[in-house]
Design a protein around this ligand. Structure first.
Ligand SMILES: C[S@@+](CC[C@H](N)C(=O)[O-])C[C@H]1O[C@@H](n2cnc3c(N)ncnc32)[C@H](O)[C@@H]1O
Length: 206
């Protein structure tokens, strides 16, 4: 079914495909989002028309490339990652797409970057896709900044199905389970867990 889904989703552009292919040669290639999810994020970005988007976990830049390309003139993407090496790949593709001037890359732990944002910052779209044990802190830092009709997307919430396997007690699995439970019980938000990619939660103000 995953093959059919991918085959019936608008394919990556030639530039996006080159980034996918280049990342595929890397040892951590599995961290890259899949193309159906990328297309969904690009469409959502077009619909939401965010003035400010925030990404936690940039890697080689696929999600930031598709979101960045879908931004309207004057809109910004704040991209957070700890790796100079992986984001140097992202930078090359942003430049080639002509969107490097709308992306503000911050290298360092994302929790520290988020803490530097002024309290009156308004985030219209956020994407959480970094260290799984940090998800709850990222959500708590982002929610007070989320605009009225803003959306927080959270990746890997199905964790290859291990999320529902109570015998899996590894730290990342336990953190993701706790995150999903927390969001579900949080009276401030509504959550829709979408079975796209490795599971993508879409969170909005209630
Ligand atoms: C799953 S990858 C992101 C994939 C990316 N969104 C894409 O579309 O290809 C996770 C990224 O989170 C970064 N990361 C890990 N811990 C982090 C932290 N504490 N703060 C910021 N970034 C972090 C890693 O360096 C890695 O590039």
């Amino acid at each position: 079914m995953a093959g059919y889904l991918a085959a019936h989703t608008t394919p990556p552009s030639p530039l996006e495909q080159r980034l996918i292919d280049e990342t595929r040669q890397m040892t951590n290639a599995g961290m890259q989002i899949g193309h159906p999810q990328a297309r969904f994020m690009a469409q959502l970005t077009r619909l939401l028309r965010p003035r400010l988007a925030v990404e936690i976990g940039t890697f080689t830049g696929y999600s930031s490339l598709v979101v960045g390309q879908a931004l309207e003139p004057g809109a910004r993407l704040l991209a957070c990652d700890v790796s100079e090496e992986w984001t140097s790949v992202a930078r090359r593709y942003w430049a080639e797409a002509g969107i490097d001037d709308r992306i503000d890359l911050r290298i360092g732990p994302a929790a520290e970057t988020l803490a530097t944002l002024p309290a009156d910052t308004r985030v219209d779209l956020a994407f959480i896709d970094a260290d799984k044990t940090g998800y709850l802190a990222y959500f708590e830092a982002l929610l007070p900044l989320l605009s009225e009709r803003g959306v927080i997307l959270v990746d890997n919430v199905l964790w290859g199905g291990r999320i529902a396997d109570d015998e899996d007690q590894r730290a990342d699995t336990v953190a993701l389970r706790a995150f999903n439970d927390h969001v579900l019980g949080d009276p401030r938000v509504d959550v829709a867990l979408l079975p796209i990619g490795d599971g993508l939660s879409m969170i909005t103000h209630r």
